[in-house]
Design a protein around this ligand. Structure first.
Ligand code: CA
Length: 223
């Protein structure tokens, strides 16, 4: 995941980019609206973190221009804690809004949340992933197996969506924990194992999700 940090206050920007690096999120910092707009095509960020108070352009204009240029999720950052700002931010096409000062944990959680919501497949109106009899509907968040409804918890569903993003690819345990469980994960990987076991049971076969010893898991299909 790549985050474009648009912020004219250098110490603030440094704090943010350092914090993102600690959370294993790649970022690039620009200090003006014009640089932000050109970085859309050169850096191709997955999320834009946009300070509204910029020296060269009005932040709301920058936000509208980014939205007009494409689908990248925008989190607007403002020092002004007023209800009107939040409403305005959403009206100008922002996806989330943070008021300064904010904590890194909260920022990282918001970034991961908007990025997940903007999973490219989930943007399509009838996004479905099909693997034989198994159908995952990303819009309605329903899973069916041979037309029978499978009831997954929200986290189990997130996990299935995550693994089926690239079927056959091996996902590392640490990456899964970081990406599916919102913030930095300091806990045990037993939670992950418990979720995998529950999904396998609900799908009636353990071969939908294969364990890769010492690494993690991959989505497969029962033969
Ligand atoms: Ca500023």
């Amino acid at each position: 995941m790549r985050v474009l940090v648009v912020e004219d206050d250098a110490p603030v920007a440094d704090g943010i980019t350092d914090g993102l690096t600690s959370a294993a999120i790649e970022s690039r910092h620009v200090a003006t609206g014009r640089e932000a707009l050109s970085a859309l095509s050169t850096y191709r960020p997955d999320v834009v973190l946009l300070d509204l108070g910029l020296p060269d352009m009005d932040g709301t204009e920058v936000c509208r221009a980014i939205r007009a240029a494409g689908n990248v999720p925008i989190i607007v950052v403002s020092a002004r804690n007023e209800e009107i700002d939040r409403v305005l931010a959403l009206e100008m096409g922002a996806d989330d809004f943070l008021v300064k000062p904010f904590g890194m944990r909260e920022l990282v959680a918001r970034i991961r949340a908007v990025n997940r919501r903007f999973d490219p497949a989930a943007r399509e109106p009838s996004a479905e992933r099909r693997f034989g009899d198994l159908v995952i509907d990303l819009r309605s968040q329903r899973v069916t197996l041979a037309t029978e409804s499978i009831h997954l918890t929200a986290k189990e569903f997130d996990l299935v969506v995550y693994l089926t993003r690239d079927p056959g690819a091996v996902f590392k345990r640490s990456d899964i924990l970081r990406d599916v469980w919102d913030t930095n994960w300091y806990g045990t990987t037993k939670t992950l194992d418990a979720h995998i076991a529950a999904i396998r049971k609900k799908l009636g076969s353990s071969s939908w999700i294969e364990s890769v010893r010492g690494v993690g898991f991959r989505f497969g299909s029962p033969t």
